[in-house]
Design a protein around this ligand. Sequence first.
Ligand code: PEP
Ligand code: MG
Length: 582
Amino acid sequence: MSFTLHGLAVSGGIAIGQAHLMSHATLEVSHLFISPRLVDKEVARFEAALLRVREEFATLKGRLQHTSAEFGAFIDLHSMILSDPELAEVPKQLIRERRCNAEWALVQQMEILVAQFESFDDPYLRERSYDVRQVVERVIKELVGQPGRVSLRTGKGIREENLIVVAHDLSPADVIAYKEHHFAAFVTDVGGSTSHTAILARSLRIPAVLGLHNARQLIHDNEVLIVDGTRGVLIVNPDPRILEEYRLRKSQIELERIKLRRLKTAKSVTLDGVDIDLQANIELPGDVAAALDGGAEGIGLFRTEFIFLNRGDMPTEDEQFEAYRTVVKGMGGRPVTIRTFDLGSDKDLHPEKVQGERLQSNPALGLRAIRLSLAEPKMFQTQLRAILRASKYGKIKLLIPMLSQAHEIDQTLAAVERAKSSLRGERIPFDETIQVGAMIEIPAAALAVGLFLRRMHFLSIGTNDLIQYTLAIDRSDEEVAPLYDPLHPAVLMLLAHTMASAEKMYIPVSICGELAGDPTLTRLLLGMGLRQFSMHPAQILSVKQKIMQSNCAELAPIVRRLLRHEEPAKIREQLEKLNSCV
Ligand code: PEP
Ligand code: MG
């Protein structure tokens, strides 16, 4: 059956390949013993999870019924599996008899059922083992309370280049692990377009569509898929005509890319001679090659938290120093802006190690980024010392995420001073004149930007979070993704205010959020006075092309007029005009 799903276009391009379903590592559950007095509670926990999944299926069916009768039948099948006593009752017996946790009991029973299905000769019945796994995964997810890591095993002899990863959810840590793989594309059921998962997808330079809702349930391994990452479309089992059309479009896109590559060595300068600094955002030292390949004039944002993820321990000062030095040396004298770790929220470091038993009900508003650094001074000092040591090898700037309060700035600067004086005491060289800047990513910081301008050497606007916090929209939640609007007048007001205030005090300001890499917004930002952009390397050449076709002196008055509007429709209309003029 051929069908199409629509989601969020997060990383452009077209991929054609075979589906590779990622199973949740949550299926590799721990085996825990339950004390006799807690057994009833464990059974109740299992029943509650079953009930929630049953309700979820009912809602899904209600939603899909109008789309396709076949989807309805598919959901019916999963509901039937869920209600089968083999899955709904036997695990309860196991919990009671073996005094084990619900997750383990369920997975034991799943293995037995999967083995039974796989032994059938009838291919239809054999395929049902997938359905059993999918249903169990959903229940496990309910039991665990949140999606877990995704295992990366691929079958023997399968070329990754032909595989399209289909997952229910991928954490940023999962995606960062993909840097060592060469998948053709990936699609997920959940995730917002500026979630860290989406940002990393763009850095992999492969097409990706997120927020497809039910892809993981509706697709089977090895089915042929087309991922249109520019339009947010996924086509399953396309007919030959559609396949041909997409093959053609894919080669056209590749041709465009080749043409764009000619701009790699061109100067990033506007028609009226204004130099624009285009820098790259990176996550790991290995990304330097892509930054240079994209023609970056420096690193505008090194998200160092990624060297803390996917490992069981903390990186030592020496390990961090090596990572930072590699980047600085790799950039051969170009500036490198190193952001101190922005852990917490969706980039959760083994919570038990850093945050003890503290439970965060709303992690994006919790102990994240600089808040966590100030709460964990030893960890922070280790990083600051490592960055300062690396500053001897090139031009490093230190960037601090998520600041909002004057006292946080003061504490941070005091921490930097402490790290410097400890290095001086040990006669370890570093750049005494290292500049310290603040990310402006909380509306309070943008509004009271004077606090920052008086204390910091430079600013970098993190629009991903600034939009999230201004509009109260969780950037990783696909349900509210349509409300995530970079052109909301409140967002534009905050950007304009921050840039104008910084200009008055001669403090350099850049934007390192995703909108800096969106060529449809380049002219708007130029007209607002932005002269430094930082983005994923893959976007640099498209933005450069736009810059080379723009005239700052002409844009400024048009943008001033655009900013007077509060009506979104008017703003969009003006933006369209802006993009078609000059
Ligand atoms: C931002 O918030 O815009 C930003 C660049 O930081 P991150 O995406 O890592 O939160
Ligand atoms: Mg941010």
